[in-house]
Design a protein around this ligand. Sequence first.
Ligand SMILES: CC(C)(COP(=O)(O)OP(=O)(O)OC[C@H]1O[C@@H](n2cnc3c(N)ncnc32)[C@H](O)[C@@H]1OP(=O)(O)O)[C@@H](O)C(=O)NCCC(=O)NCCS
Length: 142
Amino acid sequence: MLTASVVDANDTSLRAVLVEARLPVEDLTEAGRAFYRFEDGGTVVGYGGLERLGTDVLVRSVVVLPGVRGKGYGASMAQQLLGMAARAGATDAYLLTTSAAEFFTRLGFRPLDRVNAPASVLGTRQAMSICSTAALLHLSIA
Ligand SMILES: CC(C)(COP(=O)(O)OP(=O)(O)OC[C@H]1O[C@@H](n2cnc3c(N)ncnc32)[C@H](O)[C@@H]1OP(=O)(O)O)[C@@H](O)C(=O)NCCC(=O)NCCS
């Protein structure tokens, strides 16, 4: 069973895995972010994060350890993150990715032109700088 536990933004394993996956680490410790470590039977399989923006949420830092990709963990982790966000009151999930857009569209996310995105999402560090060339995806989770 896949379990999620809160992990500190300064956790060295979290940072190392994100760096290896070429995902942003520059803003991990800034306010409003929460990160989770996912374990299957006590073995760490991946990490994921949520950046709360009122009723919007940016799903970020989703990474499955390279040795256990393709086993369904990524999809389960994303579903758990979306569930946590919805239970916390979020109605709309957003995501920026340069490499996994197809993975997230399989989960229901759809591409969104940045001109139609809320200012809160466009104002995130990910959207403004770190992932300025990434595809923006949206999913209603109300
Ligand atoms: C993207 C990622 C999280 C997927 O995790 P995973 O555990 O390998 O994914 P799953 O096993 O749950 O895959 C679910 C489905 O998506 C597909 N898929 C997985 N990664 C994909 C990708 N990058 N692009 C397109 N499809 C992908 C799988 O083939 C699978 O399809 P199937 O159901 O037909 O077999 C993982 O590849 C990863 O950590 N990538 C590096 C970090 C990253 O890019 N994160 C996203 C930005 S936040």
